[in-house]
Design a protein around this ligand. Sequence first.
Ligand SMILES: Cc1ncc(COP(=O)(O)O)c(C=O)c1O
Length: 378
Amino acid sequence: MSTQKIARVDKLASHTIAIPQTDLRSALSEAEPLWRKNLERVLQRAQFILGEELAAFEAEFARATNAHFVIGVGSGTDAIEICLRERGIVSPDREVLTSPLTAPFTGLAVLSAGASVRFADIDPDTLLLDPASVAQRITNRTAAILPVHLYGQPCRLQEFRQFGITIIQDACQAHAAKYAGQPLTNYSDWVAYSFYPTKNLGSLGDGGAIATNDPSIAQRIRMLRDGGRCGSHVSTAAGINSRLDDLQCCFLRAFLPYLESWNERRRQLANYYDEILRDCPGIRLLTRSPESVNHLYVIRTERRDQLRQHLLDREIATGIHYPVPLHLQPAFAACAARKGEFPHAEQACAEIISLPLWPNMEPPLVERVAQAVRSFYR
Ligand SMILES: Cc1ncc(COP(=O)(O)O)c(C=O)c1O
């Protein structure tokens, strides 16, 4: 991988970046012959919505994730919303319990469906939604639990299942992840994916999908993503307009054959970071299961902003996923949670930093980043 400089304005300062936080160009060039062929075919066919390319991608992604059915939708946010609509969780008296440490879109999807968001705290070692905290917050209004497989690591699904409540999985960062050796659809029939460009499997714009093993759920989801219609101009239910474009499927179908090897490379690079950073004073590594698909490589440090600036001074870009817990964001004021209510999530948001990681990142670049982190604490 070249260390070619990319002119880029970072939020912290205007800097030249030698090592970006992620890099999509290598994936595009690796899969170029495939997506060019797909594009040509789709342009020839001139069928851009609910066409054959989408159907082919849905079947291929279902195979790749060991799901019986996959339905392509417009985004990961829409995928979550449509799952909730399919379950009829669409009124404010129906509450959905989720993690405060996630992209705002997880919670916004609940609000778009018309339901209410409630939060539970995270496990400070993995930063994943904690089943013990969820157990304390379940009430007779709780209609669903929405665990987020953050940074590519699946939540403790077996424990969530024991609550006997609908589980809608936010797998937007966890393409092809398994939990205890089983596909995610073995734990619940609503698994939401995002194909936002930086994801482990990303399109060149917005996109998403829902995976399920239940044929009647799959059929209702197909109807809901297309305005509640069944191939006619009559809407039989309050669906939305959220269909994955055939043009995006040209790229998704081209990238999909690489997903397994890209996930494997992410795993190796994350392990390499661990190896170099394990005994570094001042930072804390997350507990990662070998089943994580390592969407991001995240560490914790009390001096996060100083470390970010130190790395930026060395032309290394980093990210924060995510800086403000959802319960403290104005959009979620209705959840009426106070500051201090989810101390693990609040502390994590102040300490996390996402180091550069992408599948074709060369190990010497990982070493350079990790050594730059170490040099901060020397
Ligand atoms: C954990 C999580 N949930 C939901 C979403 C929303 O996905 P999208 O951007 O495709 O709507 C994202 C991505 O932004 C995400 O990372």
